[in-house]
Design a protein around this ligand. Structure first.
Ligand code: OAD
Length: 237
């Protein structure tokens, strides 16, 4: 008999790597080959908005053709089946891609924002936008021209939905982190919070993360293999 559990799942770039989206800190990572201070900070955007818009527009283009992989699909199955059993899955992702949604996951909390949303720096209006970010764009809410930016969290900015995340951590029976290096806070600190609350913790990663020692259990291997195995175990396949 499978127990209904409240499962907190934290995902990072590694879950989308096998869908063809680059991670940040691996050898071919986005921050290994680009200067994050120029592309992922408010100061970098103020210095050169055209370069920043171009970088995120290129990522939108790549995302357009990316498909969810077996790991995204297994997590969507976990949400569906655990909810039917009377449990829940709180999926908190650091990823700005929409592959969890494309896999059928219903509730996804994007703590670092969403690549396919554009925001106006004048009025904070936001809208779904899969096309290029440009200086010519007009905000549909306040009518200002040239104030668009991607709705993603940059270094020095507050991650989103922290109240909901803290509450979900407190209510969780199990914490799992998938494909994240454990190097960016506050997400990297969730495992310690979970442990302090007495919640069992598990890491799924292709290799050891920076905070691997903080987990009770570690499953090493590609997300497309290990996530499905772990979901099967939780659902008693
Ligand atoms: P990182 O690039 O820091 O880490 C990716 C992790 O995924 C590494 O630990 C890899 O070992 C692992 N990995 C790579 N391929 C994998 C695979 N096929 N299966 C399983 N694991 C794999 O990415 P994040 O931890 O997500 O923030 O980075 C955290 C934040 O830093 C991002 O959300 C982003 C970045 O700057 C913002 O943009 C605000």
């Amino acid at each position: 008999m499978v127990q209904p559990l409240n499962i907190f799942v934290l995902t990072g770039a590694g879950v989308s790597a096998e869908s063809g989206l680059k991670t940040f800190r691996d050898s071919d990572g986005l921050w290994t080959h680009n200067d994050l201070a120029e592309l992922a900070t408010p100061e970098g955007f103020a210095r050169n908005p055209a370069r920043v818009r171009e970088f995120y527009s290129a990522r939108r283009k790549i995302l357009e053709i990316a498909a969810p992989n077996k790991a995204h699909l297994a997590l969507a199955r976990l949400e569906k089946e655990m909810t039917a059993l009377g449990g829940s899955v709180f999926l908190c992702t650091q990823n700005v891609d929409d592959l969890h949604e494309k896999a059928g996951h219903r509730r996804v909390v994007h703590m670092h924002g969403e690549l396919t949303v554009t925001r106006c720096t004048m009025c904070s209006g936001r809208w779904t936008d899969r096309g290029p970010l440009t200086a010519a764009q007009v905000c549909p809410e306040c009518g200002t021209v040239g104030t668009t930016r991607p709705h993603v969290v940059w270094f020095g900015e507050m991650p989103m939905f922290m109240d909901q995340i803290e509450q979900a951590l407190e209510e969780a029976d199990l914490f799992v982190a998938i494909g994240t290096s454990g190097s960016v806070y506050p997400a990297a600190g969730f495992v310690a919070e979970a442990r302090a609350l007495g919640i069992p913790t598990c890491e799924i990663n292709v290799t050891r993360s920076d905070n691997t020692h903080a987990f009770d259990r570690r499953l090493y291997g590609p997300a497309t293999e290990k996530v499905g195995q772990w979901v099967g175990e939780v659902l008693g396949d």
